[in-house]
Write a new protein. Structure first.
Length: 338
C-alpha cells in the first residue's frame, strides 16, 4: 500500500501546538522583537516538532525584503576581488543573507547596465559594487533610494565607499626603501584607468617629492605577472635602478623573474616591494616585502554598510578606510655600495 505524501505543517498547526495565535507565529518567523522569550521558545519548539518551514518567498513578497544582496564586479581574475567576494559571501551568510553575483566580463556601459537591470529583475535588497564606480555611473543612474556600497573605488559623495588605505600603504612602501638608503624608487604601476593604481602611483610620487628625491619615469603595467616581467627586463638594464615598488604582488613576481634572468640579485643589487600580501608572497624567491591589505575586513564592512542602510531604510555617503601595514621580508635591503 502506497502511503499518501505527508502533509506539510501550516502556520495554524504550529499555532495550535504552541497555544498561540497565527499572528504570533508570524512574528516569531520574522524575528519580531515584541514577542516574549518564553513564547518565542514555545513557538520555536512547535516548529521543530512539526518540521515547519516558514515560506520565505511569501514573507519576502509581503515585507518587500528578500534577504539577498547583489554583487556586481568586473573580474574574478584578480586576487583582491576574489578575496573580497569571499569575505562578502561569508559575512552575508552570517547575517542570513544570500548573494547574487553578476560578473561583468567587459566593463562597458552596456554590460554594466545589463548587470544592474538583471539584478533588478532578480529582486535584491541592496547592491555591493566591486569595480570602478565611473562605469556604474556611465551605465545607469541608480534611484536615490537604492542601498549601495562601493568597494575600492572613488564614489565621491554619491555612494558609501569602503576602501583600503591605498595612499598610506604606498607611502609606507616607498618610505621603507628610502629609509634603507636608496636614492630613489622606480614604480611599476597598475593600469592607468584603475582607481587603486592611481592612488598608489600618486602616493609614490608625492613621497619622493616630499623627500626631495628625483622622480623616475613611471612604468605602466596591467596587474599581471607578465607585465611585471616586461617592466623588469627594461629596469634590469638600468644600473642606476636599485629599488622598485610594484603596485601589486603579481607584477612584483614578474619583476623578480626578470631581474633573476638578467643577473641582478634581489635584494643585494635591487630591492623590490609589492602590494597586496597575497598568500604566496611569503614563498616568492626571495620572500617578498609587501603592503598587506585586509580584504576580509573590506568585505565585512561592505556587508555591514549595506545592511545598515537596509535596516534603517536610508542611504549613506562617505568613505571608510581600512588600514594597511608593511610586511618586511627578504626582498629589500640597503643599496649596493660604490
Amino acid at each position: 500500500m502506497v502511503r499518501p505524501p505527508r502533509k506539510e505543517a501550516s502556520m495554524a498547526d504550529v499555532a495550535r501546538l504552541a497555544g498561540v495565535s497565527s499572528q504570533t507565529v508570524s512574528r516569531v518567523s520574522n524575528g519580531h522583537p515584541i514577542v516574549s522569550e518564553d513564547t518565542r521558545e514555545r513557538v520555536l519548539a512547535a516548529m521543530k516538532d512539526l518540521n515547519y518551514r516558514p515560506n520565505s518567498a511569501a514573507r519576502a513578497l509581503k515585507s518587500g525584503k528578500f534577504r539577498t544582496l547583489g554583487v556586481i564586479l568586473f573580474t574574478l581574475a584578480t586576487t583582491g576581488n576574489v578575496r573580497t567576494l569571499e569575505a562578502i559571501s561569508a559575512s552575508a551568510a552570517d547575517e542570513g543573507y544570500a548573494i547574487t553575483l553578476l560578473p561583468v566580463a567587459t566593463p562597458t556601459s552596456t554590460s554594466v547596465r545589463g548587470a544592474v537591470t538583471l539584478l533588478g529583475e532578480q529582486v535584491v535588497d541592496g547592491i555591493i559594487v566591486i569595480m570602478e564606480v565611473r562605469l556604474l555611473d556611465a551605465a545607469i543612474s541608480l534611484p536615490p533610494h537604492t542601498h549601495v556600497v562601493v568597494a575600492d573605488s572613488d564614489a565621491g559623495d554619491r555612494y558609501s565607499v569602503v576602501d583600503t588605505d591605498q595612499s598610506g600603504g604606498a607611502e609606507a612602501a616607498v618610505q621603507h626603501l628610502l629609509d634603507l638608503g636608496h636614492r630613489t624608487v622606480v614604480h611599476v604601476a597598475g593600469p592607468p584607468e584603475s582607481f587603486a593604481a592611481q592612488r598608489r602611483a600618486h602616493a609614490w610620487r608625492r613621497t619622493l617629492e616630499k623627500a626631495g628625491r628625483p622622480v623616475p619615469a613611471q612604468v605602466d603595467g596591467d596587474w599581471s605577472a607578465a607585465s611585471g616581467y616586461t617592466a623588469g627586463l627594461a629596469l634590469a638594464a638600468d644600473p642606476t635602478c636599485t629599488a622598485i615598488f610594484a603596485a601589486n604582488d603579481q607584477m612584483a613576481l614578474g619583476v623578480l623573474r626578470a631581474l633573476h634572468e638578467k643577473g641582478r640579485r634581489v635584494p643585494e643589487d635591487v630591492s623590490v616591494v609589492g602590494f597586496d600580501d597575497i598568500a604566496d608572497s611569503a614563498s616568492f624567491l626571495p620572500p617578498l616585502t609587501t603592503v598587506h591589505q585586509d580584504f576580509a575586513e573590506v568585505g565585512r564592512l561592505c556587508v555591514d554598510g549595506v545592511l545598515r542602510q537596509i535596516r534603517e531604510e536610508t542611504t549613506e555617503r562617505g568613505t571608510t578606510l581600512v588600514p594597511t601595514r608593511l610586511v618586511v621580508r627578504s626582498s629589500t635591503a640597503p643599496p649596493p655600495r660604490g
